[in-house]
Design a protein around this ligand. Sequence first.
Ligand SMILES: [Zn+2]
Length: 306
Amino acid sequence: MIQLIVSFLILWSPETGRTTCLSYTDPDPADYNAPSGIPVLMYHHVSDPVNGYYGVSTGRLRMDLQLLDEAGFFLITPEDIENGLMQVPLDRRPVMLTFDDGWQDNFNFIVRGNTVEIDPMCAVSILEDYCDEHPEFGRGATFFISWDKIPFGQEEFVLEKFNLLLDMGYSIGNHTNMHADFMVLPRTKWENSVITPMIKFHRRLGLRTSEIFAMAYPGGRFPKGVGAEEYLAGFRFMEREAVRIGFLANGSVSSLGRLLDSPEGWFRIGRLDMSQYSVRQLLGWRNIMTTGQRDDLHYQLRPRIP
Ligand SMILES: [Zn+2]
């Protein structure tokens, strides 16, 4: 009975409602016709039973990993995009996995007496287990943290979880301070929304905060054609650009070739919400990078010097 009451409260918590606010434009798989599109997949809750409209089950995440691996993909992070993806094997094509909001089911610790262990059912464990057994798939994912709640839900372990993620080769990204949508937030409040999280990261990570430079826009949208990218690019934290790459949730696969065409491209990378899309759908899109055509990537996408 207690369990029932607890799950009822979680289901109806206002926080859950606030952080699952995406809106969609039509999918645009032909974002760019050249086969250099790099899919960026977006997940939120990963749990059994499935939590909310944007959640997926643990079995679904495991199956997605297997299908992507079997289709010849290789896991990358935002750092890899900046480095020109040179570490992706020639017979493999890049894919990025992202997890938004920082939910506890993404990275959960279980305390038993004096010992603390990583929950074998959390997303990080599922990733680790799969990648340990399948080294050809690479390793890595990006966790975008919004500070409207405790990152990964356990205050006493926030510092340890952040450091452990970076130690294990995962990437941490900025998902703003209060999960405010840039489409409606006045520009005078943008800097606070972007920089306050960096200050909070810095309290836990110190110098390692310099590893955080990717932004996932809350709600998945970012104003277009009004200089918003340039404005965002101007924000500094500890004399560095606070944001160097930005991710939408628009149901599209962006061509990485487009990043070279304009500086704005770095702030408009498309993502697919995997509660709405499947790996099978993704494999049918014509701009997805295929193996054997890596010239497109390696010779046109030069390493970016920040
Ligand atoms: Zn979010």
